[in-house]
Design a protein. Sequence first.
Length: 94
Amino acid sequence: MSFCVSLDKKIRLYILSLPRSHQVKIGKLIDSLSENPFPSRAKIVALSSTNFDIKKCKGQKNRFRARIGEYRLIYQVEESQVLVLKLDTRGDIY
């Protein structure tokens, strides 16, 4: 099953403002979310040379956070759609 990933315009602009290496890592994460947005039992999801730590947010039914180095991406799964809610540094996201 394929999921449709929706990004807000502000999040797209924020991604474009990041260094190229971070843009590539976040792009790989977003691509992987379209295939399977739910975290596996393993703590770290390995995609080629990049590892993403994905966990379910406490107190939320379908909300997850993914760790990409110093950045955090918060997303929510609704039926066959993945909504990216926030993307920011660790200190500013929560």
